[in-house]
Design a protein. Sequence first.
Length: 132
Amino acid sequence: RPEVIFMENTNIDNIQNDVELEAFLSDKTEDEMLDIFIEKMLIDKGYSELDEETKANFRNEIKEELIFRINEAIVASLPDDKLTELDELFKTDSATAEKINDIIERSGVDVSEPIQKTMMEFREVYLSAGAE
């Protein structure tokens, strides 16, 4: 595992690699982490000069897609018995964020790995899209 670099009050523009990015994101809430992660992708893609409305649209679209992919990765990491429990929640229209999170927590699966992997893969694909 790479050494964690202390980066308090780091300007996101100065983050140079994935190790620094991971260290910077480590103490943020999930929502803050996604927002910062997405902002850094936009900067790295060369979109920092776009008008604010266009960037806001990009941010919203990227965040929606990234959350969808993260949720897919979490579900894919769950054992079959927990997938059955999730399926039952949705079949009975009783699924709430709290009930879903409870199933995930009780699964014993450390979801941080599939979340991080999904985010880094998403970033790689996003940044390479359109690159020739």
